[in-house]
Design a binder for this molecule. Structure first.
Ligand code: FES
Ligand code: FES
Length: 471
């Protein structure tokens, strides 16, 4: 990875001042799942200043104010999925966040990062546009609010100035008569970017007629937008299969008008029409969680207070981190990943190095109890936090029940995926007292195994979790 200057501001004001000073060259780190991969490319300018905003408490909150939700840009996808406020009042956003990457990626990646990266396949942007969301941007000189549907220029380019920081995402709550859905087509269920996606919102009157419709496809058009001709087709009518099919065809028509016929059109034309129909079907399905369903127990996004120097331009950082219960003080270059620090500086070689782009899960460790890809975390980011690696599973000379169970079930063959698999499983069993096979598969969906076919691994985890023998 290229060398860079690393700054860790503790407030929005400080972050804006740094942006003002280093624009246009500075890059914001707001999760890092995209940025760290980019920093490994040779095209990135050496010594690009990196401004890590992850310690700014004000940017992590989900707040409710009347008919508005305010979401901090540092809210992770996992926090969005866990938030009862979002499930209740912006259901399709919750659904979209649950489809991002893998459990490890969702624990690191943030909604602000997803917006500002502006990749055409960004999962959370179509739901936000369908909800009528806007973003607040702040610089040293001013702040402004922009409707998200007017915010994008083209893939990977927004209208934010180089010195502007995204500070808040304002989301109008869905009205009481509204139902919503998000559907995504990827190559597999996890670790998959959207080939196409659709966010849909329908409002109904008391007679069951559609009074309002919003349809926003993802990865289909040069920039995200509502498809007004399809929405107009729906309004004033009662839902029917024919109506939803017609709306799907209309979206496909608009897509072709804007993109022209390309090599992929033969595939995309029928598929986007089907996805639109499925999304609309879900909006009227009795199985769809109603947008106003009462939810309890909102999970408050948690951030641990950080004690890192407010800003540091040193290319070497001295960090204090608790690893497997022991405090370690390490001096590392700012461009060192947690994975490299664990393996090369501290000798925790149980954590494996596979793809180094967040796709294999071999490097999974627990950061404050949550599984993350150690290859997508910078070492300075773990200052003041707790890391658990596979070496910490054994206690008092005894293997962890998961390790015993993996041996009993012959769940490790070459063993390369096993440390990461164990750490994902450990986090899962720490939070669940019972689980079915699908839940276990979902918990390890960010860990790839080339040998076992997963059956023995799921059996091994299932035995531990369902026997309540976990310590
Ligand atoms: Fe980190 Fe593959 S996900 S090495
Ligand atoms: Fe070989 Fe999983 S046991 S990769």
């Amino acid at each position: 990875m290229r060398a860079f200057d690393y700054f860790a501001p503790g407030s929005t004001e400080e972050a804006c001042a740094l942006l003002g000073q280093y624009a246009p060259g500075a890059r914001i780190l707001a999760g890092g799942t995209d940025l760290l991969i980019e920093l490994r490319r040779s095209s990135v300018r050496a010594f690009t200043p990196i401004i890590d905003i992850c310690r700014i408490e004000d940017l992590c909150k989900i707040k409710e104010d009347g008919e508005i939700l305010s979401i901090g840009p540092l809210t992770t996808h996992s926090e969005i999925v866990r938030s009862a406020k979002i499930r209740k009042s912006a259901t399709l956003l919750s659904r979209a966040a649950s489809t991002v990457g893998s459990p490890q990626i969702r624990n690191l990646g943030t909604i602000g990062g997803n917006i500002m990266n502006a990749a055409a396949c960004a999962d959370t942007v179509p739901p936000l546009i369908a909800l009528g969301a806007s973003v607040k941007l702040r610089s040293v000189k001013q702040w402004r609010e922009v409707l998200l549907q007017d915010f994008f220029v083209r893939p990977y380019q927004t209208k934010a100035g180089p010195d502007e920081l995204l500070t808040e995402i304002i989301v109008p709550k869905l009205p009481a008569n509204a139902r919503s859905a998000f559907v995504k087509l990827g190559r597999r269920n996890a670790l998959s970017i959207a080939r196409l996606s659709v966010a849909a919102v329908l409002g109904f009157d008391s007679a069951g007629r559609i009074t309002e419709a919003r349809i926003v496809p993802g990865a289909a058009l040069p920039v995200w937008q509502r498809i007004l001709p399809a929405e107009q087709l729906l309004v004033g009518n009662k839902p029917s299969d024919g109506l939803f099919r017609a709306a799907g065809k209309k979206v496909a028509e608009v897509m072709i008008q804007q993109t022209g016929r390309r090599w992929s059109t033969e595939y995309k034309e029928p598929v986007i029409a089907v996805l639109v129909r499925r999304a609309l079907d879900q909006c009227i399905s009795p199985d769809t969680t109603t947008d106003r369903t009462a939810m309890s127990g909102d999970t408050k996004p948690e951030r641990r207070p950080q004690i890192f120097p407010a800003s540091s331009a040193n290319r070497l950082s001295t960090i204090r981190v608790t690893i497997n219960g022991k405090i370690r003080i390490v001096t590392v270059p700012a461009n060192r990943t947690l994975l490299r620090m664990l393996r090369e500086d501290l000798g925790f070689t149980g954590t494996k190095c596979g793809c180094e782009i967040g796709e294999c899960g071999a490097c999974t460790v627990l950061l404050d109890g949550e599984p993350v890809n150690a290859c997508l975390v910078l070492a300075p980011q773990v200052h003041g936090r707790k890391v658990e690696t596979v070496e910490g599973l054994m206690m008092d000379g005894q293997l962890h029940p998961l390790q015993e169970s993996f041996m009993d079930h012959d769940a490790a063959h070459c063993g390369f995926c096993t440390p990461g698999m164990l750490m994902s499983a450990k986090s899962f069993i720490d939070k669940h007292s019972r689980a079915d096979r699908n839940e276990i598969r979902s918990a390890i969906s960010g860990n790839l195994c080339r040998c076992t076919g997963y059956i023995q691994i799921v059996d091994a985890i299932g035995d531990v979790i369902n026997k309540e023998t976990v310590r």
